[in-house]
Design a protein around this ligand. Structure first.
Ligand code: SAH
Length: 225
């Protein structure tokens, strides 16, 4: 018999070195069900098979938990969250951490909001807006401990979107594919201009040969000018 979605997810997470409770796995299963239902109506993600959703979306999102300092953050912002990756997965794993999920497209934010409600994720706020605009709002600027974006843009543009939201000492992660090396000259220049510094490029092999990823991690050392 084919493995269930949940079995793929749990084994994939274990292979990636990440532990999750039965309750968390159950919530991810419910998120997958919600995504499958809504994806029929709105095209939220091109990845539709169980292996793809479990590994390319969920385990990939979970790999953030391996970055030093993430577990100690009190808040995070996910810029360009789309259907909630990595934001909803992080919120499931870190229920006490304030989660701000942002996208410029209203239907995606509506999906994320409904999913968070269905899962009972009280820590999640979802906002429709552009990162460039939201970053000017004093309620959000320099207010977060961790900022992430996956699949949104180049390292330098993702940095421009995300780093203004970080407090000094905050952590930025751009979730990228293996070709990211070509973007790093511009990326490092952007980090410097924004008050941050490259910490590491963490290479990840997704389980079940689902591809290579790179987490580009930077620390915010001084306020963004
Ligand atoms: N993070 C998700 C979605 C990636 S697609 C994932 O990895 O699956 C990129 C998303 O970024 C889209 O949903 C798009 O609407 C959003 N986006 C692009 N530019 C943006 C901006 N300037 N501010 C906020 N969201 C943006």
């Amino acid at each position: 018999m084919d493995r269930t979605f949940r079995a793929i997810l749990e084994e994939g997470a274990t292979l990636a070195g990440i532990g999750m409770t039965g309750e968390q796995a159950g919530m991810m299963d419910a998120l997958k069900a919600h995504l499958a239902e809504e994806n029929e109506k709105f095209n939220l993600t091109g990845i539709k098979d169980d292996m793809g959703i479990a590994v390319k979306h969920m385990v990939d999102s979970l790999t953030l938990l391996k970055v030093d300092g993430i577990l100690g953050c009190d808040s995070f912002i996910d810029i360009g969250t789309g259907a909630g990756f990595p934001g909803l997965v992080l919120a499931i794993m870190l229920p006490d951490v304030k989660a701000m999920l942002v996208d410029s497209v209203g239907k995606k934010v509506a999906f994320v909001r409904a999913a968070a409600e269905r899962l009972g994720l009280k820590s999640v706020t979802a906002l429709t807006g552009r990162a460039e605009d939201l970053a000017k709002d004093p309620e959000h600027r320099e207010k977060y401990g961790f900022a992430v974006s996956r699949g949104v843009s180049s390292v330098s543009t993702s940095a421009e979107y995300c780093i203004p939201f970080l407090r000094k000492g905050g952590i930025f992660v751009a979730m990228k594919g293996p070709g990211v090396e070509d973007e790093m000259d511009d990326g490092k220049a952007a980090f410097f201009a924004l008050g941050a510094k490259l910490r590491e490029m963490r290479r990840i092999a997704l389980p079940f040969e689902q591809g290579e990823r790179v987490l580009v991690v930077a620390d915010k050392l001084s306020p963004t000018p």
